[in-house]
Each structure stands twice: as structure tokens, then as C-alpha cells.
Write a protein that binds this ligand. Structure first.
Ligand code: C2E
Ligand code: MG
Ligand code: MG
Length: 460
């Protein structure tokens, strides 16, 4: 066991007088900068180089929300105390943000050992004000001089490694590597372009008018047995003047992180409803539906989302059941049930996207008002492809699809096989009991102007 002080009483560097963080007694960000700059300026030839560790607590906000700020503060003070226990005496420890800390080690050789120890100590359970709390930490490690030859560069490298640790599933530590900087810069320049493109269109993004650089493409969904056209999924596209076509997998996450997803999602919704209202009714079957992806972040602002859906329906005149709202499985963590019920109350169709890849438990399905399950592409991709030496994965994929299809049918939901590329996959999905499909076998996502001949072909 280790002894734990309720709050840290000071930092380990006493040489430079400084303002302490009042909650933890650790150094402030400004002081850390000073010490780090000094470590570079006064390093004697032949002596060790410093290392910097950037720490961010995982899921701290949830602890604050569920146990209250007083307990949250208590946890932060305990974390500070444990950091001081884990680091060597000559280290400088700072709190640089709400739940962010940094450790400066004058001798970088020990950095990885310290990171491992911090990770282990911070991860042990806490008891604060009668609450049992567990948390984990993500850590980015940067070593001088190879990762940064001055204070700013080393700080940047540690933060880049931290970001990598967090996007790679949190709860671990990562040592900086140069490719991370390249990727972070590429992402940053994409973010700058996305902000520029969205602010260029800011006013128009509230409606369904055509805007510069962004488009919506539509991919058909058909029934598996009769190949009857049911509707299209709307997929956002960004046609950048220099970069060319940028895929939503690249720009949607940035739009989410930067708070731009609300505007963009609203525009896709309005545009898709307006397009669908003009589609002809097929000769066979019901009026065509349009499926629109909604980000988990849009779900958080329930009123804005409901208003946006109601407006898009009202302005386009599209009948509510013809609009399908797709929500990814990972959005089901947290309190999304009331929001989904409010969406459903508008009369629209609700589907659960990328099923089988997120974190939702099966029990969710019984409690959420979904009409449709979209079976993630990875299951379809793994199906037997007719080769001679098929292993266990294809056999399992087929069982998984069969189980999901029967779950859907028992719960009165239709099921869509996503990413069907071959006749063999379609046939196996049909045999497994899946009702519908979407994929390159039928058609790729298609610009709005090219839809009439596609509708004609599929409705023949
Ligand atoms: P998703 O909702 O699962 O959309 C299906 C994705 O699978 C699309 O990728 C589609 O082009 C691709 N796909 C369809 N059939 C096949 C196939 O046979 N083979 C292969 N390899 N791929 C196929 P896309 O258009 O790149 O979109 C990626 C993801 O970006 C979407 O996944 C969706 O989660 C997200 N997204 C797209 N548009 C929007 C949007 O307007 N709002 C939000 N929030 N997310 C969007
Ligand atoms: Mg989708
Ligand atoms: Mg999907």
C-alpha cells in the first residue's frame, strides 16, 4: 500500500518561487513554462535532457456530474497527491487545466518508468466523501532533444502524444513519434479548411439551398428477396477546391470535435428531405424513404435536433414516415432514450446504424424505439466468399448475421445488410434472414442529379 495525503501540500521544486494552484497545491501552467524554459537554457553540456509528461484524466467530467463538484475537487486533490508520490523528488508537477496535469522530469531517462508508475497509481480506486471512484489516465510522453529542442516544441510533442493516447482508446500512455506530428498538422489544416468552408456558407446552412463545396449523395436500399427499391441513404460529401473529394470519415469527426456538426447536420437534413419530396413514387411498393445520419453530438442538444427535423419536414412537405433517422450504436451510451422517443413522436422512422460494432448492450434494443437495424459492413465483408480454404471467421460471420436477423425479426424490426458488394453476399444475407440491403452491388452513393435514371433502373 502507499500512503495518501488528502491534498498535495506543495510541489517538489522549491528553487523558483511561484503561484500555486489553490486546489491541489501544484504549480500553475505559467510556472511550468518557466521551469521548462530554464531546464533548456541552463542545461550543462554532458548532462541529461528533460522529458515532459502530459496527463489527462479519462471520464473525469462524468465523475463531476454524478458525484458533484466537491467530490470532483477532492478526487483532483487525491490525484495530485498520487502524482507527487509517483515522481522523483526533482520533478516539477503542475495542474495545467481542469483535469489535466503535466510532469517535467529533469532527467528524461526515467520518463517511461515514471509514466508506467503514474498510470498504475492513478488507476487505483479512490474513496472521497463516501463515494467510491475509479478513473484512468491517458499520458503523452515527450523526450528532449529528439522530440523537441525547446520548451514550446517539447510541450507540443507531449500534447500530440497525449492526443494520440486519447484517440487510441484512452487509458494508456504513448511516447511521441514524429509521424504523430505530421498527422496532427494534416488534421489541423483540414480543420482550418472546414471552418473556412462552413463560415463561407454559414447563413445558407440553415436551409436546403445548394452551398459551395458540400454535396449530398444518395445510396439506394432495396429489399433482399424482391430487390424492390425502398429508398436512399443521404451521405455528406465535401468537394474541396484543392484537396478534391474529402470523405465523411475524415471531416465528420472534425465537425464533431469543433462544434460545427450541428450546422452541417442541419443542412444535410434539409437538403435530403427536399430531394426526397421530389422523388417519384415507385410503380411497385411504398413511397421512397430517405435516411439521414445524425451524430451522437446532435442528440445531446435535443431541442435543436427536434426543431431541425420538424422544420425540414415542414419546409419540404415530406411525410414524416418517409424520413429515416440513423443513429450509430455508440450514441446509446448515456441518456439518449428520451431524445429518441421525442424523435419517434414526430412520426419518423428510426434506425440503429453500424449495429454490432458499438458498445450498446442487447437490453438497449428492447427499450429503444428502433424500427430498423443496420448490420455493420464488417460482418458482411467477413462472409464466405466462395473460396476453397475458408476459415472460422466466415462461418462465424454468417452465424452472427443470422442471430442479428432473428433478433430483428423477433423485435419487429427490419434488418439491412450494409456494404453488400457481391451476389454471393446478398444471397447469404437473404439465407440468414436479413430483410434488406445496401451496397455497391446495387449502386454507389450517387449525386442527386444522377438519381432519375437510377430510380428508373431499380424500379423496372
Ligand atoms: P454509414 O452511415 O455506415 O454509411 C455507409 C457507408 O458505407 C458510406 O460511406 C458508404 O459509401 C459506404 N458503403 C456503402 N456500400 C458499400 C460497399 O458495398 N462497400 C464499401 N466498402 N463501402 C460501402 P461514406 O459515405 O464514406 O460515409 C461514412 C460514414 O460517415 C457513414 O457511415 C456515416 O457514419 C458518416 N456520415 C456520412 N454522412 C453523414 C452525415 O451527413 N452526418 C453524419 N453525422 N454522419 C455522416
Ligand atoms: Mg448510416
Ligand atoms: Mg452504417
Amino acid at each position: 500500500m502507499f500512503r495518501e495525503s488528502p491534498a498535495a501540500t506543495g510541489t517538489t521544486v522549491a528553487a523558483i518561487p511561484h503561484e500555486a494552484d489553490s486546489l491541489t497545491g501544484l504549480c500553475t501552467r505559467a510556472h511550468l513554462h518557466k521551469v521548462l524554459a530554464g531546464a533548456f537554457a541552463h542545461r550543462r553540456p554532458g548532462h541529461a535532457y528533460p522529458a515532459l509528461l502530459a496527463l489527462d484524466l479519462d471520464g473525469f467530467k462524468a465523475i463531476n456530474d454524478s458525484t458533484g463538484i466537491v467530490t470532483g475537487d477532492g478526487v483532483l486533490a487525491r490525484v495530485a497527491g498520487r502524482i507527487l508520490i509517483a515522481v522523483p523528488g526533482e520533478a516539477t508537477v503542475a495542474r495545467i487545466g481542469g483535469d489535466e496535469f503535466a510532469v517535467l522530469l529533469p532527467d528524461g531517462h526515467v520518463a517511461e518508468g515514471v509514466a508506467a508508475r503514474l498510470f498504475e497509481l492513478i488507476g487505483r480506486p479512490y474513496a472521497v466523501n463516501g463515494h467510491a471512484v475509479t478513473l484512468s489516465v491517458s499520458i503523452g510522453v515527450a523526450l528532449a532533444p529528439q522530440h523537441g529542442e525547446d520548451a514550446d516544441a517539447l510541450l507540443r510533442a507531449a500534447n500530440t502524444a497525449l492526443h494520440r493516447a486519447e484517440t487510441g482508446g484512452r487509458n494508456h500512455w504513448v511516447v511521441f513519434e514524429p509521424w504523430m506530428q505530421a498527422r496532427a498538422s494534416a488534421r489541423q489544416s483540414l480543420e482550418i479548411d472546414l471552418r473556412a468552408a462552413i463560415s463561407l456558407n454559414r447563413v445558407e446552412l440553415r436551409s436546403a439551398v445548394a452551398i459551395e463545396q458540400f454535396e449530398v449523395h444518395y445510396q439506394p436500399q432495396v429489399s433482399l428477396a424482391e430487390r424492390r427499391l425502398q429508398g436512399f441513404e443521404a451521405l455528406a460529401r465535401w468537394r474541396h477546391p484543392e484537396r478534391g473529394m474529402v470523405g465523411p470519415d475524415q471531416f465528420i469527426p472534425i465537425a464533431e470535435e469543433t462544434g460545427l456538426i450541428g450546422l452541417l447536420g442541419n443542412w444535410v437534413l434539409h437538403t435530403a428531405c427536399r430531394a426526397a419530396a421530389a422523388w417519384p413514387t415507385p410503380r411497385h411498393g411504398a413511397p421512397l424513404q430517405v435516411a439521414v445520419n445524425v451524430s451522437p453530438l446532435q442528440l445531446r442538444d435535443r431541442h435543436a435536433l427536434i426543431e431541425s427535423i420538424a422544420q425540414a419536414l415542414g419546409e419540404s412537405g415530406l411525410a414524416a414516415p418517409r424520413l429515416e433517422i440513423e443513429i450509430t450504436e455508440s450514441a446509446l451510451i448515456g441518456d439518449s432514450r428520451a431524445t429518441l422517443q421525442a424523435i419517434k413522436a414526430l412520426g419518423v422512422t428510426l434506425s440503429l446504424d453500424d449495429f454490432g460494432t458499438g458498445y450498446s448492450s442487447l437490453s438497449h434494443l428492447a427499450h429503444y424505439p428502433f424500427d430498423r437495424l443496420k448490420i455493420d459492413r464488417c460482418f458482411i465483408r467477413d462472409l464466405p466468399n466462395g473460396g476453397l480454404a475458408e476459415g472460422r471467421v466466415p462461418a462465424r460471420a454468417k452465424w452472427m448475421i443470422q442471430a442479428i436477423a432473428s433478433l430483428g425479426s423477433g423485435l419487429d424490426m427490419s434488418t439491412v445488410a450494409e456494404g453488400v458488394e457481391t451476389e454471393l453476399q446478398a444471397q447469404q444475407a437473404l439465407e440468414a434472414g436479413v430483410t434488406d440491403m445496401q451496397g455497391y452491388l446495387i449502386a454507389r452513393p450517387t449525386p442527386e442529379d444522377d438519381l432519375p435514371p437510377l430510380i428508373q433502373r431499380l424500379d423496372a
